[in-house]
Design a protein around this ligand. Structure first.
Ligand SMILES: [Zn+2]
Ligand SMILES: [Zn+2]
Length: 452
């Protein structure tokens, strides 16, 4: 008998945390944090302290009180007694927080499996944002690559690379006692590496699976045009071409496809791309795994921005150790304000203060990340602040983005091509809609065990 219990990822976009049990084998597929985790009780600086372990989370029922799962340290101040864990492995599909963020609560002795790229990304982010990105200590951390076959008791798990909005993403074929079970992780078919997702679909179909857990993030977004990364690059290119000043672009630092689109758009227009020291560090860290990335130190098209330090000087002592390496390529607000027309610059919301020093003229700002921020009611205050900054400096606002998730049409293709006997939509609020694609859809419910 195979069973699945959904501790996250059921009737919600993200937060995947799925227990798979088959005979005496027990594994988790992802161990993420829901996007709305704690939002009813925590606000800005009203946050639980890491040192308090799970006490606060149990108080508000934010985490399930599952025995033999969490570490002794995390359970210290709670009424859940520590016992030796009974989980054989946790498999991580990719490094987005909604798939990895609760790893730090796990008992250290539970073996964790993730791709080489995922580990590299988490390591780099941990160095920059140690309290935000922390996977905790694990005595058995195992790194896999596409095509590996990993044995956990009688189960064999085969990770296969897929394309998503972050490098190093995987889907899994789990060979259970009842037959192969497919887990898609997060994926898309409209990016530059979509051949990887096609390979995953092909291998998954060939395994003749009896069940499939599929992501369904965009199941509800019917009419929208399914923008490809290529179209996004063209749009950014067009804006940079028309611009009469500096072009600021915001996108997630881990979205390497987007970085490449912006980088190429800058070069095509004979402009230089300015990134800050954090971004330089991320690019530098990932270069080894992603050879297509430019070498930030050697590439003449890239300049590295150093913010104004406390002392007002731009000296080594003013910056963190990791930043100092980039000082030979340093540009400051003085250089940028003089050469605005020749530059494209990465600019996040939290860095807008730099505009006071840069004093942009005829500038453009391209918002190149999830539309959620531009539409969601909960972001209204932040959005107004962004609008005020744009107005104050006379900056023209643009949008250019494509999703990291498969469109509804591509999900239909995926289901048809893989053709599992049982289809279980996860990572979606529109699971019922999959009934239009498949005759045997099972609906996942939070914290409920499903036998398949
Ligand atoms: Zn996700
Ligand atoms: Zn993701």
């Amino acid at each position: 008998m195979v069973s699945l219990t959904f501790y996250g990822g059921a009737n919600e976009i993200g937060g995947n945390k799925i227990l798979l049990e088959d005979k005496d084998a027990r594994i988790y597929l992802d161990f993420g944090q829901s996007f709305d985790f704690g939002e009813d009780y925590f606000y800005e600086y009203l946050q639980p302290r890491a040192a308090h372990g799970l006490e606060v989370y149990f108080e508000f029922d934010l985490l399930p009180k599952v025995p033999r799962l969490y570490s002794k340290k995390m359970l210290d101040r709670t009424d859940l007694k520590y016992e030796k864990p009974d989980i054989d492995a946790v498999f991580i599909s990719h490094s987005h927080s909604d798939h990895v963020n609760h790893l730090e609560f796990l008992d250290e002795s539970i073996p964790v499996y993730m791709g080489h790229g995922t580990h590299k990304i988490l390591e780099a982010y941990h160095k920059l944002y140690s309290s935000l990105v922390d996977i905790g200590e694990h005595t058995s951390l195992n790194l896999f690559k596409s095509g590996d076959k990993l044995k956990i008791k009688h189960l064999v798990i085969e990770p296969i690379h897929v394309e998503h909005s972050i490098p190093g993403a995987y889907g899994f074929i789990v060979h259970t006692s009842k037959g192969p079970l497919i887990y898609t992780g997060d994926l898309r078919l409209h990016g530059p590496q979509s051949n990887m997702t096609h390979e995953f679909i092909e291998k998954a179909a060939k395994s003749k699976p009896y069940a499939m857990l599929t992501e369904g993030t965009r199941m509800g977004s019917e009419q929208e045009h399914n923008y490809t990364e290529e179209e996004v690059e063209d749009k950014i290119h067009g804006i940079v071409k028309e611009s009469k000043g500096i072009v600021f672009v915001y996108f997630s630092m881990s979205n390497i496809d987007r970085f490449m689109s912006v980088y190429r758009a800058a070069i095509k227009n004979k402009k230089k791309l300015v990134v800050d020291t954090k971004f330089a560090f991320i690019l530098d860290s990932l270069k080894e795994k992603i050879p297509v990335l430019p070498d930030v130190m050697a590439d003449k098209n890239i300049q590295i921005y150093f913010r104004l330090s406390k002392s007002g000087e731009f000296e080594e002592k003013d910056y963190k150790v990791y930043e100092r390496k980039y000082m030979p390529k340093m540009v400051t607000y003085k250089d940028i304000s003089k050469n605005q027309k020749e530059l494209v610059m990465h600019m996040g919301f939290n860095k807008l203060m730099e505009l006071v020093y840069l004093q942009p003229k005829n500038a453009d700002y391209i918002y190149s990340s999830s539309e959620h921020f531009l539409e969601g009611e909960e972001n209204e205050a932040e959005r107004t602040v962004l609008e005020n900054w744009m107005k104050h400096f006379g900056v023209k606002f643009h949008k250019a983005h494509c999703s990291g998730h498969a469109s509804k049409q591509d999900l239909a293709h995926l289901v048809k091509a893989i053709n599992p006997k049982i289809l279980i939509p996860i990572h979606t609020q529109r699971a019922e809609d999959f009934k239009g694609f498949h005759v045997n859809v099972k609906i996942a419910e939070k914290e409920k065990k499903m036998e398949i």
